[in-house]
Design a binder for this molecule. Structure first.
Ligand code: RBZ
Ligand code: NIO
Length: 336
């Protein structure tokens, strides 16, 4: 099982990322060229099928064990009035996920995905990052390892989060990784008003100022400004890469989780698909910085892996065409 017992183990893993199976990828690309359609006519669906082939290591990739994992964490910075909702909603939503009543329950079922929920010390919020590092080294490593452990035997991993207040640490991670004005990275999240929005920008600026000297490594950025569910998503993305499991990222928070990793090794996004572009204004900016092209843009702004789960239906369509279509030779259709 992949785990991150030390900071060095995290950094070594991030520095030497495995690459896709070029043989399977090239075979899938050749197959696309032989199917009964003008070359390229299935557009992005063709790219998605070839991407999946490379990472799964099969000319005809499939989704037999697609899994949504939702990591949940609580944030000390909520005390600064950065969310429209109270912190207790995090644990209440975890109960709702278990009971089957959340949006992701319905959307995961519609996409044929299993769902698991990993609550991370919900009764111990991270420290308010405007006064101290959000997590100790040990706490951040434990969260990274919890993320890695959740990958299991999935053949497609869909990452989600639940954590009231977490659009604020996500904005801080984006600003620490890519620079720019905090005001460009914060957004309404669950629906804060204009005052709340300027409070969020000020809180992010305070956090960046407090930790400025230490924001020099992916681990320190995650540890000081992130949160447990955010570090867990980063650990899951890394572990999925080690196992050759393709990942579907969800919204602003899930994308922000890998921003510090991309700063150190931009190749981290190679096994990731951006499921959608959320309505949170910083998300499009993050996707552009990471050179990720979202599959969908549906004006969703929920999190929980909801947009990523909808995108899995497009990925399934891509694989169905790739696997099910006849070649020109099989169908007796004249090729160009
Ligand atoms: C009922 C409810 C369900 C949610 N599911 C995801 N989020 C989303 O909203 C939170 C982030 O927004 P902010 O930073 O403004 O708190 C995260 O929990 C995210 O997953 C939810 C929020 C609520 C209220
Ligand atoms: O983009 C997201 O995932 C998002 C946006 C707002 C609130 N929660 C999540």
């Amino acid at each position: 099982m992949i785990a991150f017992p030390t900071v060095a183990s995290f950094e070594t893993t991030l520095a030497a990322l495995p690459q896709p199976d070029a043989g399977a990828r090239d075979a899938a690309a050749r197959r696309q060229g032989q199917l009964t359609k003008p070359p390229g006519s299935l557009g992005r669906l063709e790219d998605i099928a070839v991407f999946m082939a490379g990472w799964q290591g099969h000319e005809r990739p499939r989704i037999a064990r697609g899994r949504v994992v939702i990591f949940a964490g609580n944030h000390g910075v909520v005390a600064r009035g950065v969310s429209a909702f109270p912190a207790e909603v995090t644990v209440q939503m975890v109960a709702n996920f278990h009971a089957g009543g959340a949006a992701i329950n319905a959307l995961a079922a519609a996409a044929g995905l299993d769902l698991s929920v990993v609550p991370l010390d919900l009764d111990r919020p991270t420290a308010d990052f405007t006064t101290a590092p959000a997590m100790s080294e040990a706490e951040c490593l434990a969260a990274l390892s919890a993320g890695a452990a959740a990958v299991g035997d999935a053949d497609l991993l869909v990452l989600g989060e639940m954590g009231i207040g977490n659009t604020t640490p996500a904005a801080a991670l984006a600003a620490a990784s890519f620079g720019g004005d905090p005001a460009d990275w914060v957004g309404p999240g669950t629906g804060v008003d204009a005052q709340g929005l300027s409070r969020k920008a000020a809180v992010v600026a305070e956090g960046l100022a407090l930790h400025a000297e230490h924001l020099t490594s992916a681990f320190e950025i995650l540890r000081r400004l992130g949160g447990r569910e955010i570090a867990a998503m980063a650990g899951a993305v890394l572990a999925a890469r080690m196992k050759g499991v393709p990942v579907v990222l969800d919204g602003f928070i899930g994308t922000a989780a890998i921003a510090p990793l991309a700063l150190v090794n931009p190749g981290i996004t190679a096994h990731c698909l951006a499921g959608h572009c959320s309505a949170e204004p910083g998300h499009i900016r993050l996707l552009q910085r990471l050179e990720l092209d979202p599959i969908l843009s549906l004006n969703m702004r929920l999190g929980e892996a909801s947009g990523a789960a909808v995108a899995v239906q497009v990925i399934r369509a891509a694989l169905a065409a790739h696997d099910g279509m006849a070649t020109f030779a099989e169908a007796g259709v004249a090729s160009a």
